[in-house]
Design a protein around this ligand. Sequence first.
Ligand SMILES: NC(=O)c1ccc[n+]([C@@H]2O[C@H](COP(=O)([O-])OP(=O)(O)OC[C@H]3O[C@@H](n4cnc5c(N)ncnc54)[C@H](OP(=O)(O)O)[C@@H]3O)[C@@H](O)[C@H]2O)c1
Length: 298
Amino acid sequence: MFLTISGATGLIGRRLLKIYPPDKHSVIILGRKNPELSPLFQFGHWNPTAAEPSRELLQRSEVIIHLAGEPVAQRWTPEAKTSIRDSRVIGTRNLVSAIGKLLHRPKTLICASAVGIYGDRGDEVLLEGTPAASGFLPDVCTAWEAEADRAIEHGLRVVKIRIGIVLAPDGGALQSMTPLFRACLGGVLGSGKQWMSWIHVDDIAGMIQFAAENESVSGVLNGVAPNPVTNREFTRELASALHRPAFLPAPEFAVKLAYGEMAQMLFASQRVKPQAALKAGFPFQFPQLPAALAAIYP
Ligand SMILES: NC(=O)c1ccc[n+]([C@@H]2O[C@H](COP(=O)([O-])OP(=O)(O)OC[C@H]3O[C@@H](n4cnc5c(N)ncnc54)[C@H](OP(=O)(O)O)[C@@H]3O)[C@@H](O)[C@H]2O)c1
């Protein structure tokens, strides 16, 4: 397969590169600096907010997988919010604008999005057709997806994957949670009733591959495991996987003090189901949380 991947150096991108080794596939990595991976990967310099990517490189791709974006899990200062939004919205606009100018266009654009689009929804089951919420993250995701959809006008099949909390041994949400739990300082967040829609990193990378290789898939896929859990259940399972107790609840006011506005994201309840992926026949390797955590902490 001829692929171009932005954000290939990130948590999901690194896993994806294992699925598409450069000796078997032609992979172009677009990024802000050369990651010095295998020389078999071709590298194209691209700062998503600054300019359009090289058309010469895009021209050679069948599938473009666009994952780049400023990390969301940080204090939302005004500068950080601008960077979180622009790296996704302007970045995707620049990418799609370059695609529109190609003589030979790729067939498919797979664009990351996030379950953050649904906002804070209590116990409501959230499917791909559920309307987006409003607020900082929902608005960013809505604008990001709209920019990706402009590629449909250029004849591409567009898939937007609304990714949940990615569980991996080498980064993401668990990287900040694990040391606390290992030190017996882990505990439920607030009431613990908020739903967490998680996915194992192998499954999100697999879902991207599935979307890239199945021409019948288009539109939105919720990139989450079929069995979301409450924060209370997540806390219990993580503590058990790490063989530690979890008795120190983190009160909402303290988390808000520590993280500011970003704490919204930690308390948002999102009970998301991957209806479209299941209907399309995507085989989840880790549909249940205990097995996903056991694979991460063997
Ligand atoms: N991991 C999750 O739990 C999760 C959940 C929901 C949604 N997502 C979305 O899925 C995508 C990939 O996630 P990930 O966890 O693999 O992300 P990640 O580890 O944070 O990596 C994303 C990549 O984006 C590029 N990047 C970072 N800051 C940037 C900026 N200011 N401007 C332009 N590019 C920037 C970097 O690539 P270079 O340095 O090579 O340019 C980085 O490797 C992201 O868009 C993320 O929002 C992830």
